[in-house]
Design a protein around this ligand. Structure first.
Ligand code: SAM
Length: 300
């Protein structure tokens, strides 16, 4: 895109913000994930000009807004009041007002509230405008040093071990890079579960406190990251994204041989024993083969 095109887009955006027809939009505005310098000029301008800012937490966003001299009226919009607030916000926009949605940090809807509102806006024929900026997932991917051509954003894993391991098993043989959000008090147990399910040698990058004072980007393997986090309590603090390399050994020819082997073994053995023996023969993780066998049995 040429600079001229950029300027024209900017001009069109100004028209959006200033003329009365274009006022009736829902703006999805990204805010910084730590460093206040990462807010965009367009985000500040939009937040100043809209009639209402819907915030995940009005107190948290209050600090950000006052930092940038934004005095626009705020409404609370979070997962516990979204059913009541969604129709109110849509009605406001239909009456000609403009509303911006922000979350506590980063891009709304990315592991944050807003899906119901955006979906309802589309249903009601209300225009939705992205005012782009930071998101921890993309920031982490950009520095992780892992393949970035194809990736899968998983977000938060279940808090309990059983659910977490079950979900990880579903991603064990995915070939694309995986992105997880994790809470600091669960980082160690999650890393241990990942090492068990994906294998100690799977490449992984821990991205902690991005754009903040204690920013840490550690590229290693899952096995080594477990030791790194276990031996330093500071690594169990702050905000964390885990970027995990895909299963590069997941070759489709190999997989079809594994399927044949599993189907033969299941004729004589239980699912558990068939998976264990196939794992001994192929070197593939037992859990992955166990899950694959369950899938094969469903389709048989
Ligand atoms: N909507 C946000 C976004 O676009 O990134 C994410 C919100 S989600 C509720 C919060 C999680 O994002 C944190 O628990 C952490 O996993 C990740 N996160 C947010 N800020 C981060 C930062 N500065 N460094 C690393 N991870 C961060």
């Amino acid at each position: 895109m040429s600079q001229q095109d950029d300027l024209q887009q900017g001009a069109q955006y100004q028209t959006h913000c200033n003329n009365s027809v274009a006022k009736a939009y829902l703006y999805i505005v990204a805010t910084p994930i730590g460093n206040m310098g990462d807010i965009t000029a367009r985000a500040i301008e939009t937040l100043k000009q809209v009639d209402i800012i819907a915030c995940e937490d009005t107190r948290t966003s209050g600090k950000l807004l006052s930092n940038f001299g934004i005095s626009t009226q705020t409404w609370a919009y979070h997962e516990h009041n979204s059913e009541i607030q969604t129709p109110k916000i849509i009605e406001m926009i239909q009456r000609g007002h403009s509303v911006a949605l922000i979350s506590d940090a980063g891009t709304p809807l990315i592991s944050d509230p807003g899906y119901q509102l955006v979906q309802s806006a589309h249903t009601a024929g209300v225009g939705v405008v992205p005012v782009v900026g930071a998101s921890a997932a993309i920031a982490a991917l950009s520095v992780a040093g892992l393949p970035s051509d194809k990736f899968c954003f998983v977000g938060f894993l279940p808090a309990k071990t059983h659910g977490r391991v079950k979900q990880l098993e579903q991603y064990a043989d995915r070939t694309e890079t995986l992105i997880f959000y994790e809470a600091p008090h669960r980082i160690l147990v999650s890393l241990k579960d990942m090492a068990n399910v994906f294998g100690d040698n799977r490449p992984a990058t821990l991205c902690r406190e991005l754009t903040k004072t204690f920013e840490t980007v550690k590229k290693s393997t899952l096995g080594e990251l477990v030791q790194f986090v276990e031996s330093d309590n500071n690594q169990q603090k702050g905000e964390i994204v885990l970027v995990i390399g895909g299963d590069v050994n997941n070759d489709s020819d190999d997989n079809s041989i594994h399927d044949k082997l599993l189907l033969r073994l299941i004729e004589d053995l239980s699912v558990k024993k068939a998976a264990a023996l196939a794992s001994d023969i192929t070197g593939v993780k037992k859990n992955a083969l166990y899950q694959r066998l369950l899938e094969l049995q469903k389709t048989e």
